[in-house]
Design a protein around this ligand. Structure first.
Ligand code: T3D
Length: 262
């Protein structure tokens, strides 16, 4: 685990909370924060005590994407393909491949990669005052962090193109009504609601939830027949889990299940 203070990390109630912590730079990403966030998600993959992740930002913003202070063209031309390959893509792959729920609480503006990281999480809530900006167009770049994949899938090509080509901000309520995020929440209730959701998910049947995430994500490329076959295989796996046995036993005994995440 990285000991950088650019990411605040805490494990409680089965929830690993990861807080982007460069508030004076609107939590924009430098290399140190990238490495620390990656270490957090790597821990979530390996540590059985982690049964859900809660990602949020410190201060008034969620994340303004790449730290442009590290990209001054007067100091040379960076190889952005290299930074995407080295930093952003591994992070996005870690989030999507984690077979545990990732809740994202967007506490303020989410721009550039910051917006697309939020869209890659499993359940994203946003403060009503938050806004999402595909800021790339303002500086001559292409949406990254999976944005060109997730935007058309979540909201269709017309809206995806308009957001990406104009870089106009999208408010949280519209983002929710379009299906880009799960819910817009009153600012002062955001963290309570996101924490409660993450704790609830962490107390759930982690194996089954993880397989559900895998199945829904696979639907993006599978045919209907392939998806039916996948559901069969994953249901077989889920049916062998201790949490399935506990869920059915608890139902039959008319009591609350106590899932162990196994
Ligand atoms: O480079 C690669 O590796 C390729 C990958 C790229 C991924 C990307 O994310 S590219 C997109 C980069 N992000 C942006 O272009 C967004 C830039 N920021 C903004 O457009 C605005 O800051 C916001 C719309 C996000 C918020 O506006 P506002 O008015 O609420 O805040 P502000 O005053 O602009 O920013 C507050 C402070 O944060 C300010 O610092 P100061 O003046 O108080 O010392 C500002 O400079 C700093 N800040 C905001 N965004 C960034 C940043 N500093 C560095 N990098 C930033 N991206």
């Amino acid at each position: 685990m990285s000991d950088s203070d650019t990411i605040l990390s805490a494990l409680a109630d089965g929830v690993l909370s990861l807080t982007l912590n460069r508030p004076d730079k609107l939590n924009s990403f430098n290399e140190e924060m990238h490495l620390a966030l990656r270490a957090g998600f790597e821990r979530a993959h390996k540590d059985a005590q982690v049964r859900a992740v809660l990602l949020t930002g410190a201060g008034r913003g969620f994340s303004a994407g790449q730290d442009l202070g590290d990209r001054d063209p007067r100091k040379g031309t960076p190889d952005l393909g290299h930074t995407i390959e080295t930093f952003y893509n591994p992070l996005l792959r870690l989030i999507r491949s984690l077979e545990k729920p990732v809740v994202c609480a967007v506490n303020g503006v989410a721009a550039g990669a910051g917006a697309n990281i939020a869209f890659a999480c499993d359940i994203t809530l946003a403060a009503r005052s938050a806004r999402f900006i595909q800021a790339f167009a303002k500086i001559g770049l292409v949406p990254d962090s999976g944005g060109t994949w997730s935007l058309p899938r979540l909201i269709g090509e017309a809206r995806a193109k308009a957001l990406a080509l104009t870089a106009e901000p999208l408010d949280a309520e519209t983002a929710a009504s379009w299906g880009l995020i799960w819910r817009a929440v009153d600012d002062d209730k955001l963290m309570d609601e996101a924490k409660a959701l993450a704790i609830r998910l962490a107390a759930g049947p982690t194996k089954g939830l993880g397989l559900t995430k895998r199945a829904i994500q696979a639907a993006a490329t599978n045919s209907f027949d392939e998806q039916l076959d996948l559901e069969r295989d994953l249901q077989r796996e889920a049916g062998r889990s201790a949490d399935y046995a506990e869920g059915v036993t608890a139902f039959l005994d008319k009591r609350k299940p106590e899932f162990k995440g196994k």
